[in-house]
Design a protein around this ligand. Structure first.
Ligand code: C2E
Ligand code: MG
Ligand code: MG
Ligand code: MG
Length: 281
């Protein structure tokens, strides 16, 4: 009887494993060619200055509508793209598309900032810098209005390629933001070593900050740290009025989250900025 049970359990695990492997393979298979078939698009989530309530910029976020699989979230397909090498053409598509869109937005607001997520494999790719130089020139987009969001892991692992890329980006004037700040590593020494411009406080801290005193303290510490180092600070994942109020009290600079706006299609951003351009400063 127990043997029978063991077999069942084994069958259960292999079933679950097979299912997750076949989902991965499906995603990888359908993702190949998704750009050419026009299935990938970008949405943009506005970021707001806390004191003036104005839109200061946007974060570009990938959306994939697959005819075979339906909507697949980037949390699911980006890691697969990362491991299969597909992230390189996808990442180039993202930069091209976002720069073409943002070119119009800086005409409405010269201080506007475009943030783009860059995953580790993209950052290790030695053609990233030259590709960026070409695209910035092609769209006549100022490097200082572009911000690359990377995670702490990239800087912690370091390496010659990463250091060269960081130096070249810094030289070009491209900004660097630490995404999901606080979730990665306990060492902060990379902040001294590398030219970081912004900390993006992970939404897990923001989420609990109005109910959990230690989360509030961690948000507070990240804001003070940014202030002390002269960095920009963004709180992500703001979902309630209470969280926004708490962030105001802590004098957080910039906020982003569903409470203010979800990620929206390109056209919405243009309209938002046009409306804002007509308002008195
Ligand atoms: P991320 O860079 O940390 O992006 C923030 C994520 O939080 C986005 O999820 C966004 O939709 C979501 N979010 C924003 N406000 C709220 C909120 O108030 N509450 C909650 N619960 N969530 C909120 P999304 O679009 O599903 O993206 C997930 C992750 O996928 C991103 O995390 C990023 O790591 C990656 N990703 C997305 N687009 C790209 C891309 O173009 N390139 C690369 N390499 N990675 C991307
Ligand atoms: Mg991000
Ligand atoms: Mg994040
Ligand atoms: Mg994330």
């Amino acid at each position: 009887q127990s043997k029978e049970q063991g077999r069942n359990r084994y069958a259960f695990y292999t079933d679950a494993l097979n299912q997750s492997i076949s989902r991965r393979l499906q995603i990888e298979g359908y993702l190949r060619g998704a750009i050419e078939r026009g299935e990938l698009m970008l949405h943009y989530q506005p970021q707001y200055d806390v004191s003036s309530q104005r839109v200061t910029g946007v974060e570009a976020l990938l959306r994939w509508n697959s005819p075979e699989l339906g909507q697949v979230g980037p949390d699911e397909f980006i890691p697969i793209a990362e491991q299969s090498g597909l992230i390189l053409p996808i990442g180039r598509f993202v930069l091209q598309t976002a720069l073409a869109a943002a070119k119009r937005w800086i005409e409405l607001d010269p201080d506007f900032k475009l943030a783009v997520n860059i995953s580790p494999a993209q950052f290790r790719d030695e053609s990233l810098v030259s590709f960026l130089q070409e695209e910035l020139a092609k769209h006549q987009y100022p490097a200082s209005r572009l911000e690359l969001e990377i995670t702490e892991g990239i800087l912690m692992r370091g390496g010659t390629q990463v250091e060269e890329t960081l130096a070249a980006l810094h030289e070009m004037g491209v900004c660097l933001s630490m995404d999901d700040f606080g979730t990665g590593y306990s060492s902060l020494s990379y902040l001294r070593k590398y030219p970081v411009d912004e900390l993006k406080i992970d939404r897990s801290f923001v989420n609990e900050m109005t109910v959990d005193e230690s989360d509030r303290e961690l948000v507070n510490a990240a804001i003070s740290l940014s202030r002390g180092l002269g960095l920009r600070v963004v709180a992500e994942g703001v979902e309630t009025a209470e969280q926004l109020q708490a962030l105001k009290e802590l004098e957080c600079g910039v906020v982003q989250g569903f409470w203010l706006s979800e990620p929206v299609p390109q056209e919405h951003i243009g309209k938002m900025l046009e409306r804002q351009a007509r308002l008195p400063v």
